[in-house]
Design a protein around this ligand. Structure first.
Ligand code: SF4
Length: 335
């Protein structure tokens, strides 16, 4: 295997070190390998990510999904970033499960706006059977409109993934959020293993996996690399990898955190592209606060999927028209 030696700025001890970077992706990514990617000079990292992106995807195509919150707030979990947790005092208004017709109207509008996938999100720890049944109907009807379907409903119990598959679900979203070592600082009401178990149930049914995390929650660079290693080393890496930038919401424990350097976010996107060459890397929450120049760098780094629409669950997302203008400026077309 061909190898190249590249000078890299030091890690914790700030000494300049030399790391041998394999020109072919290792079968199993070590966290150190991924940290070494983050440490590359920006132009080198971008070149590498863009080259891999071009080998695997249409470089100017971006997949567009729309996300609708079908049940909002009142969640029993304690995710430290989430305004929908019942225990935090935020402006989010609790809303029961939406009616089928309202969901279908939103799906129709999403399709007219160019979305190819419609994601339905419900703030549940885990759906009860009586909750799941109306959602199955929504999935069937949205699928019948010719849209891909995605759902994020919390942890799945035995038998629930089967029902979702039968209803025609294409993707299930369940994020790992962060590296295992930092997870306890973010959530205490369920474990990392709980999340992996749900993902396994989804995989067993051959449903595509949408799984990523949130960046800027106070984690270290090593922990950002640790999250990517978890995702990239899955037996089958997720087909879709949402990389969210923390949207700080007043009333949540993570409100008031130091803001992440935007270039570190771009580096995370690039490292995700390199470690998961065939996955769609989705630029997700946090786009609202991102200058369009940084969004353009994210596309250059290999992001090739976005959420489109005014609201991302409960936080603002750039309006569809603003996104269309940005796509036009960059010569991007929706996939
Ligand atoms: S992220 Fe999901 S599970 Fe966690 S508190 Fe929010 S709605 Fe509940």
């Amino acid at each position: 295997m061909q190898e190249s030696v590249i000078d890299i700025r030091g890690l914790d001890n700030a000494e300049r070190i030399k790391v041998q970077l394999r020109t072919e992706a290792p079968k199993r990514w070590q966290v150190d390998d991924i940290v070494a990617l983050f440490e590359l000079p920006f132009a080198d990292l971008m070149h590498r990510a863009q080259s891999i992106h071009r080998e695997n995807f249409d470089p100017n195509g971006v997949q567009v999904s729309t996300l609708l919150s079908i049940k909002t707030g009142g969640c029993s979990e304690d995710c430290g970033y989430c305004p929908q947790a019942a225990r935090y005092h935020t402006d989010v208004e609790k809303q029961d499960l939406m009616q089928l017709e309202e969901v279908l109207a939103a799906a129709r509008a999403a399709k007219e706006n160019g979305a190819s996938r419609f994601c339905m999100g419900a703030a549940w720890r885990s759906p009860k059977q009586r909750d799941l049944e109306p959602v199955l109907k929504m999935i069937q009807e949205v699928k019948a409109m010719g849209l891909e379907t995605c759902a994020t409903l919390g942890m799945l119990k035995d038998g629930q993934a089967e029902q979702l598959k039968e209803a025609g679900l294409d993707y299930y979203n369940h994020n790992l959020d962060t590296a295992p070592e930092y997870y306890g600082d973010v959530i205490t009401t369920r474990t990392y293993q709980d999340r992996l178990d749900t993902l396994e149930r989804v995989r067993e049914q051959d449903i595509n996996v949408c799984c990523g995390g949130i960046i800027g929650m106070g984690e270290s660079r090593v922990q950002r690399a640790g999250l990517l290693a978890q995702l990239a080393n899955m037996e089958r890496p997720p087909e879709s990898v949402p990389i969210n930038l923390l949207t700080q919401v007043e009333g949540t424990p993570m409100y008031g955190m130091d803001e992440l350097d935007p270039f570190e976010f771009v580096r995370t996107i690039a490292a995700a592209r390199i470690t998961m060459p065939q996955s769609f890397v989705r630029l997700s929450a946090g786009r609202q606060s991102m200058h369009e120049g940084i969004q353009a760098l994210c596309f250059l780094a290999g992001a090739n999927s976005i959420f489109y629409g005014e609201k991302l669950l409960t936080t603002d997302n750039p309006e569809a028209e603003t996104d269309r203008k940005l796509f036009d400026k960059l010569g991007i077309h929706p996939l």
